[in-house]
Design a protein around this ligand. Structure first.
Ligand code: G3I
Length: 302
């Protein structure tokens, strides 16, 4: 196959990208995005600040624009994200305790209700673990509502849209030996044992000098899959875009039957949240980088 999406589909997987709604008027951007990818994640447009700018007043204008572009072009959509310490609107940042807990529940119901039956996977909870060696939860206003906030979010999400796969999503959790990875593993294991509804784990996979790609990522994916959840690479970008690491990630996903697919966090380097890292598969001028060929070749050989 000659595109990433079609090549991934040979094994029943998808190859997706983050889409920025503000770039949908750029035909060079949409030409590549439409040609190469068969799954879409809204880079910012389905986040809390975008979808509920005022408490109880939902706004799906930007989210629907990305959603409609994806579906009109035959792509599946990953929903990102419902409960997160970051990109909270000011009104939510100001809440705490049971009021915030209720606002989180209402937010999940409002957004998932709007997209009910339309989203393949939702990142229900994003980035709830602390960085570093502690293995602790991240301190946040949501965490301070009580340690059960994550399972409450997942139970709420299951009821709101039973058709969506419900994912926990985080970064710097690709290296199997990292404390953060082990903490996330223990949470998922506990959730599966206690029947908390979780279907998938998203590994953001923002690789750079501080969090380099390591070949034990495959062990991580296999270990989580063995708990009975699907896994996905949800926000892939790699500083400098080395072909070896891009091929490694691709082969790691292909090696794990429960790896649903790979999403890169942008189309061209100039679309990246870290453009100075040139971490993506296309140059700013739209030409394919060596990493593109490495990924396509891995998908076609797998
Ligand atoms: O839209 C406003 C614009 O009106 C304003 O003039 C401008 C000035 O700063 O800001 C614009 O909003 C920016 C938004 O991206 C859209 O471009 C925000 O400042 C900026 O903070 C925001 O950054 C996003 C970041 O999440 C915020 O946390 C990045 O685009 C997005 O790629 C990034 O994505 C996250 C994932 O959601 C979660 N995992 C990590 C990943 C990378 O940080």
């Amino acid at each position: 196959e000659s595109t990433l999406g079609a090549a991934a589909a040979q094994s029943g997987r998808y190859f997706g990208t983050a889409i920025a709604g503000g770039r949908l008027g750029d035909s060079a951007y949409t030409t590549i995005a439409n040609r190469e990818f068969n799954s879409v994640t809204a880079e910012n447009e389905m986040k809390i600040d975008a979808t509920e700018p005022q408490r109880g007043q939902f706004n799906f204008t930007a989210g629907d624009r990305v959603y409609n572009w994806a579906v009109q072009n035959g792509k599946q959509v990953r929903g990102h994200t419902l409960a997160w310490h970051s990109q909270q609107p000011a009104w939510m940042q100001a809440l705490s305790g049971s009021t915030l807990r209720q606002a989180m529940i209402s937010h999940i119901n409002g957004v998932m209700g709007h997209y009910k039956g339309k989203i393949a996977q939702w990142d229900v909870v994003n980035e709830a673990f602390a960085d570093g060696p502690s293995g602790a939860r991240r301190d946040s206003n949501l965490q301070r509502t009580g340690n059960d906030w994550i399972e409450v979010a997942f139970r709420t999400a299951r009821a709101a849209d039973p058709a969506a796969k419900l994912c926990y999503n985080d970064y710097n959790v690709e290296n199997w030996t990292a404390a953060k990875t082990q903490a996330m593993y223990n949470m998922v294991k506990d959730f599966k044992q206690r029947g908390v509804p979780i279907d998938c784990v998203g590994f953001q996979s923002h690789f750079n000098e501080g969090n380099p790609y390591h070949s034990n990522f495959r062990t991580t994916l296999q270990s989580f899959a063995a708990l009975g959840v699907d896994v996905a690479v949800t926000e892939l970008d790699i500083q400098g875009a080395p072909s070896s690491a891009y091929a490694g990630v691709t082969n790691d996903c292909l090696a794990v039957p429960r790896c649903l697919g790979i999403t890169v966090w942008g189309v061209r380097d100039t679309d990246s949240w870290r453009p100075e890292h040139t971490p993506l598969l296309f140059q700013g001028n739209g030409s394919k980088k060596p990493a593109y060929d490495a990924v396509l070749n891995a998908l076609n050989s797998g």
